[in-house]
Design a binder for this molecule. Sequence first.
Ligand code: DX5
Ligand code: ZN
Length: 215
Amino acid sequence: MYVAPSILSADFGNLAAEIRAICEAGCDLVHVDVMDGHFVPNLTIGPVVVSAVAKAATKPLDIHLMVENNSFFADLFLPLKPKFLTFHIEEEKHPMRLIDHIRKNGVSPGIVLNPHTPVSAIEHIIDEVDMVLLMSVNPGFGGQKFMPVVLEKTRALRALIERKNAKCLIEVDGGVNGLNAPDLEEAGADVLVAGSYIFSSNSYEQAIRAIKLEF
Ligand code: DX5
Ligand code: ZN
């Protein structure tokens, strides 16, 4: 299991130190939530701050776009060379075109599904992406409650990946903690995003280990 702490719950007054701390604590990716105040009712950070995050990080970035104009924002963040750049299927008229554009820039493309969006929405593009991110809360804020319906969606997505013999990873984001991580692993998740659970813990290392089911 890979763990991607969401820096939305980090202390932004000490951001570089927080990034170094989660990387030293054993995370696999650094999850960066980009919100535009339109697709979701919240605003976060742009390329200036994310470039500072990239400099402090010793692990690859996983940038999650929650924006209306995906192409515009993709072009702001692609030069920072994240490992993954993911965008919401609900907000993209031409997902295949954007996937190609991201890949041509040397970044792994991924697609995000809101809690209400069925897995079948990506049946015909699953071969094209390196990751599918299932939202387990309504996007916009950290610290919300995990929606158990996503366990069923994770199983459905795992079955689709097997049926299509696709290679993409399954990532789950929202309300993830040490208690629901075993169920998510059993359902077939590969990458778990956790913000408030990790950043509110006394030991980032122990919180990451708990999600990885290492005791
Ligand atoms: C929500 C974001 C998440 C969020 C996760 O819109 O995409 O990455 O920060 O935070 P927790 O783990 O606190 O739900
Ligand atoms: Zn996220």
